[in-house]
Design a protein around this ligand. Structure first.
Ligand code: PEP
Length: 251
């Protein structure tokens, strides 16, 4: 069986001002005081904080990632940020296809795939998000949606070194709701099967993160589910002590 190093990633979304550096500093201190052996840790602050965080996090072992990138390398795309720009700032990762981008910016699987390709070209690891809405779950279509998004959003050439999948049920994001552990296990195992079918041993070794209302009180149980190789955390990543409580699942 392929050994996968878990990743706990914090997505700050559109939150944080320069003063928020204090939370990143506090997190680095927690990790120094009580070392983490079982996972890597990543922060994805808004674009405006990437540069200060790049210097702040240097040498702490906490990685840096963007929350989105454009699919083009450069050019007339006012207000957008390229994968190469993220790499240039010190990012190792970029989230693509978050449900808030899919819903709020009309991003479909083809665009998410193009963004993941751009990330790969720039030497970034793409965290590709997929997940069903409440309606689809209630209609019993969760597995179909997941398979379709996975097939459509992952570029050919995805593998251990450049891609992670994040399963984030849309209805669980920021709501305090989570699927049952059985449901998480069912979806993650389906994702694993599809990854192996398409990418072979690379698919067997890619991280599959769970995201959606992960907090210190449920992280241990969620992270223990088969094929859950870490977490993508929104709200609870904003406060260092809470995020650290989630990371505890890997201490
Ligand atoms: C997210 O936005 O990726 C997320 C999982 O949010 P939350 O943890 O707040 O549900």
């Amino acid at each position: 069986m392929t050994e996968i190093r878990a990743l706990v990633a914090g997505n700050w979304k559109m939150n944080g001002l320069t003063e928020s550096a204090a939370e990143a500093r506090a997190l680095a201190e927690f990790l120094t005081q009580d070392a983490v052996s079982g996972c890597s840790v990543l922060l994805c602050p808004p674009f405006t904080l990437l540069a200060p965080f790049a210097s702040l996090l240097e040498g702490t072992g906490i990685g840096l990632g963007g929350q989105d990138c454009h699919s083009n390398r450069a050019g007339a795309n006012t207000g957008d940020i390229s994968a190469e720009m993220l790499k240039d700032l010190g990012c190792e990762y970029v989230i693509v296809g978050h449900s808030e981008r899919r819903a709020g910016h009309g991003e479909d699987d083809a665009l998410v795939r193009a963004k993941a390709e751009a990330a790969h070209e720039a030497g970034l690891k793409a965290i590709v998000c997929i997940g069903e809405t409440q309606d689809k779950r209630q209609a019993g279509q969760t597995l179909d949606v997941i398979q379709m998004q996975l097939a459509g959003s992952l570029p050919d050439g995805s593998g251990i070194g450049n891609t992670l999948v994040a399963y984030e049920p849309v209805w669980a994001i920021g709501t305090g709701l989570t699927p049952s552990l059985e449901d998480v296990g069912e979806v993650h195992s389906l994702i694993r099967q599809d990854l192996i079918a398409r990418f072979g041993t690379e698919g067997a070794g890619m991280n599959i993160l769970y995201g959606g209302s992960v907090k210190p009180s449920n992280a241990g149980a969620l992270m223990a589910v088969d094929n859950v190789d870490g977490a993508l955390v929104g709200g609870a990543s904003l406060k260092a002590h809470e995020f650290n409580g989630i990371i505890d699942a890997y201490r």
